[in-house]
Unconditional design. Structure first.
Length: 80
């Protein structure tokens, strides 16, 4: 059984973590410059970020499970 689909999913989570790290550093610079950390645009960005992450976690997990149920993995037992 190959671990490549699971590694792709984990790399995707790592990519989200890296982007969060970069954006958090940029946000700290804006806050230090005196730009407010509240407001409609800031809240919208937080909601969009959380929504994208939740969608990735749900549908990415579903994709990994479906990948392991394909014919190439069923020869080795599959997940079902």
């Amino acid at each position: 059984m190959s671990f490549i689909p699971a590694m792709k999913y984990i790399i995707g989570i790592g990519f989200f973590g890296f982007i969060y790290w970069i954006l958090n550093g940029i946000m700290d610079e804006f806050i230090a410059a005196g730009v407010s950390e509240t407001g409609l645009a800031y809240e919208l960005a937080l909601y969009l970020w959380a929504g994208v992450l939740i969608v990735y976690l749900i549908f990415g997990g579903y994709w990994v499970i479906r990948t392991y149920n394909e014919d190439q993995y069923m020869r080795d037992g599959g997940m079902m």
